[in-house]
Design a protein around this ligand. Structure first.
Ligand SMILES: NC(=O)C1=CN([C@@H]2O[C@H](COP(=O)(O)OP(=O)(O)OC[C@H]3O[C@@H](n4cnc5c(N)ncnc54)[C@H](O)[C@@H]3O)[C@@H](O)[C@H]2O)C=CC1
Ligand SMILES: CC/C=C\C[C@H](O)/C=C/C=C\C=C\C=C\C(=O)[C@@H](O)C/C=C\CCC(=O)O
Length: 267
């Protein structure tokens, strides 16, 4: 997809990776509707982007992706302002093991409902032009991590969901493609530097065993810069024949496509 003039909706776009995806699309002459539960940070980002890219090319709508009406309102407002929608990035996420329902609501159901809304609002059968959905999982959506099983469960669900929706032949008719981006540890607020040896020690509630596990994995995978993840993200948007693609981005191995082989029906 050529990004000039294309319109993207990005959840969790107020900061971190979501904000960086937005900036990359704006730099490529696209338009962006940011949404986030954090309106203070959202309006700060909006003001900054408006100064650089112009008021006509960016908007912010406060939204909680776990509230269907609140999320759907973003799609309506983006279409009203820009007249079209071509890209949906289901990026909003959180990392907590303390609240299983909240983690699943944001990281899993928020992404699934965002994909359903995208299919409805972008689809040729609803008067759209078709388009692309990028669902943000994690390498923790492809490999077990003993100290964050709930986060892992939420992220595995996104990989399976995206691959399944991509296989639905009806979505080809609708002009839709679905992809999944799985970054490993990346240097944002979510990646708490306190976990590293230079930091002040683990966050409250993290046991020594969990800290050791985290440090071991961080050492094995390395820590991505935001720019490295954005490079993979832009490839997913720009390459048109990648419906169903699952891409990992790790510091050590860079960008890799992961081909999930379906189990044989004999099993
Ligand atoms: N930073 C990392 O190491 C990695 C992050 N990821 C994923 O990338 C995505 C972005 O992560 P980061 O930018 O690092 O995190 P971040 O914490 O900096 O940004 C997440 C954004 O999502 C928003 N958000 C949270 N709950 C929301 C809700 N209910 N409704 C709307 N917005 C909500 C937050 O307000 C925040 O602006 C997440 O899905 C995360 O799981 C994946 C792999 C690695
Ligand atoms: C402190 C947590 C910060 C950010 C959240 C992030 O999403 C969590 C990531 C947690 C674990 C990451 C594990 C990464 C593992 C790897 O990159 C490789 O060991 C394996 C990569 C892919 C697995 C698929 C395969 O078997 O090839």
């Amino acid at each position: 997809m050529k990004l000039k003039g294309k319109v993207a909706l990005i959840s969790g776009g107020a900061r971190g990776l979501g904000r960086a995806y937005a900036e990359a699309i704006l730099k490529a002459s696209g338009k962006v509707c940011l949404c986030d539960i954090d309106s203070e940070e959202g309006f700060k980002t909006l003001n900054k982007f408006q100064k650089t890219f112009g008021n006509d090319n960016v908007m912010f709508v406060k939204c909680d992706v776990t509230d269907h009406n609140s999320f759907e309102n973003v799609f309506k407002q983006a279409k009203r302002k820009f007249g079209a929608l071509d890209i949906v990035v289901n990026n909003a996420g959180l990392l907590t093991e303390d609240n299983v329902r909240k983690t699943m609501m944001v990281n899993s159901i928020g992404v699934i409902e965002g994909t359903q809304l995208a299919t409805h609002y972008l689809s040729k059968e609803s008067g759209g032009q078709g388009g692309v959905v990028v669902n943000i999982s994690s390498t923790a959506g492809l490999t077990p991590v003993f100290y964050m099983p709930i986060y892992v469960a939420s992220k595995y669900s996104i990989v399976g969901y995206t691959r399944s929706v991509a296989q639905n032949p009806a979505n080809k008719e609708r002009g839709m493609r679905y992809t999944c981006l799985c970054p490993a540890f990346t240097d944002t607020t979510m990646f708490d530097k306190k976990w590293s040896d230079e930091g002040e020690g683990p966050p409250p509630g993290v046991s020594e065993e969990e800290k050791k596990g985290a440090l071991h994995l961080i050492e094995a995978t390395g820590v991505n810069t935001v720019e490295e993840v954005v490079k993979g993200f832009m490839l997913l948007l720009e390459v048109d024949d990648n419906n169903g693609a699952v891409m990992t981005v790790t510091k050590k191995h860079g960008i890799q496509y992961r081909h999930g082989k379906p189990l044989s029906h004999k099993l």
